[in-house]
Design a protein around this ligand. Structure first.
Ligand code: S3P
Length: 424
């Protein structure tokens, strides 16, 4: 296991670019794999999760080649994979893939690492089964990975998401392409809209409105995709710049579309000096005195992946910040509720669970955060959040299991060095 140590306090300055958006990258590869004509994808995430999805579509029969001008060309066509497909640490990869193959005339086995095998899969098994797919899970409950998906002719359904999940919505909408009629997904709380946006861009009939999205079956004609920078990765640098004194940092070319910028709203409410150029996708953040806020349950899906680093902002802020409706965080790459408590308490702020809420008592100024030792629990976002906590505070923070960052951000340590002057 690799660990790194950060001596704070540090300033975050300069301009940087983050990897291509992970959610868009997975979907670009999958939608391209359904197309008839070769499709060019530029700016794919270079993390392990997306590499697994790339290998998965190749195993299913698509051809993916590195393109001379940067990016990859995907020639679609799915004919089935002879061996189980391994999606690594990626919950998004395995759940979307289950929907992609559910209506095909072959059988697919989908698996992942120990973390993926612990995560709930009934949330995709149930709607896909309602569409007529045959999906068998594993484990005691029969609802864990590995999943065996026997392709079947599917029927269109109307489905209301029991949990706010773009992965589940995406799986159902991808399966809908092979159904006998339209499929409607109702979402009580809006989640990221990449699947429906990208299917519409690929010529699929999609209708949206009133908290629902309907997809009609049909051919997919993917355009070339330019993947913008990942806001969830940008969030680490932007929070760092907001909390650490003397900072002024810009992240360039970030996705600024719907349902992903919730963390910016939260930071603004906390008093952050943060500006978004919606034309270029450049986001600038400068040091700010942060005060506590309340993140309501309806707001959480819009910043679900940013909660670990928002907890660092809350730990530095003045007052008591509450994150409501936190249950989904327990079934992410790690139990993030437990991991956040450990991280925040470890650097000297207060953090406790109160029913479905996480309550963080801030120290008032980032430099009052102290030393600690923290394990990532194999979770990329926890490793990166802990580095930001270490950089903001005045102590020495050691982050074990740092290699987890390759899941989504292999160059994280380099970008950290570039923006803070840190040397390993
Ligand atoms: C994602 C949806 C979210 C998010 C994940 C990516 C997606 O998961 O946490 O990192 O690309 O659809 P849930 O659907 O479980 O909320």
């Amino acid at each position: 296991m690799k660990s790194i140590t950060i001596e704070g306090p540090r300033r975050f300055t300069g301009r940087l670019r983050v990897p291509g958006d992970k959610s868009i990258s997975h979907r670009a590869l999958m939608i391209a794999a359904l197309g008839r004509r070769p499709c060019l994808i530029r700016g794919l995430s270079d993390g392990d999760d997306v590499a697994h999805t790339r290998r998965a579509v190749e195993a299913l029969g698509a051809r993916v080649e590195v393109h001379g001008t940067g990016g990859v060309t995907v020639a679609g066509g799915l004919s089935g994979a002879p061996a189980p497909i391994y999606l690594g640490n990626s919950g998004t990869g395995i759940r979307l893939m289950a929907g992609l193959v559910a209506g095909r005339d072959f059988t697919t086995t989908l698996d992942g690492d120990a973390s993926v095998r612990r995560r709930p899969m009934d949330r995709v098994i149930n709607p896909l089964t309602a569409m007529g797919a045959l999906v068998r899970g594993s484990g005691e409950s029969g609802t864990s990975a590995p999943l065996t998906v026997e392709g079947r002719p599917l029927r269109g359904i109307k489905y209301t998401l029991p949990v706010a999940s773009a992965q589940v919505k995406g799986a159902v909408l991808l399966a809908a392409l092979g159904a006998d009629g339209p499929t409607t997904v109702h979402e009580p709380v809006t989640t990221r809209a990449h699947t429906e946006e990208m299917l519409a861009a690929a010529g699929v009939r999609v209708e949206r409105g009133d908290g629902a999205v309907t997809v009609w079956p049909g051919e997919v004609d993917p355009p070339d995709f330019d993947v913008p920078g990942d806001p969830s990765q940008a969030a680490f640098w932007l929070v760092g710049a907001c909390v650490a004194e003397g900072s002024d940092l810009t992240v360039e070319n970030v996705y600024v579309g719907p349902a992903r910028g919730g963390f910016i709203e939260v930071l603004r409410r906390m008093g952050a000096d943060i500006t978004v150029d919606s034309e270029s996708g450049d986001i600038r953040a400068c040091s700010s005195d942060l005060k506590a806020t309340r993140i309501a349950a309806e707001e959480l899906p819009g910043c679900i992946d940013e909660v670990p680093v928002l907890a660092v902002a809350a730990a530095a802020a003045d007052g008591i910040t509450t994150f409501e409706g936190i249950d989904e965080l327990r079934v992410k790459e790690s139990d993030r509720v437990a991991a956040i408590v450990e991280m925040v308490v470890g650097v000297g702020a207060g953090c406790q669970v109160d029913g479905h809420r996480l309550v963080v008592t801030g120290v008032g100024q980032a430099h009052e955060l102290g030393s600690g030792t923290f394990d990532s629990h194999g979770d990329h976002r926890m490793a990166m959040a802990a580095v930001i906590a270490g950089a903001a505070g005045s102590g020495s923070v050691t982050v074990g299991g740092f290699e987890a960052t390759t899941t989504s951000y292999p160059d994280f340590a380099n970008d950290f060095a570039q923006s803070t002057g840190w040397t390993p």
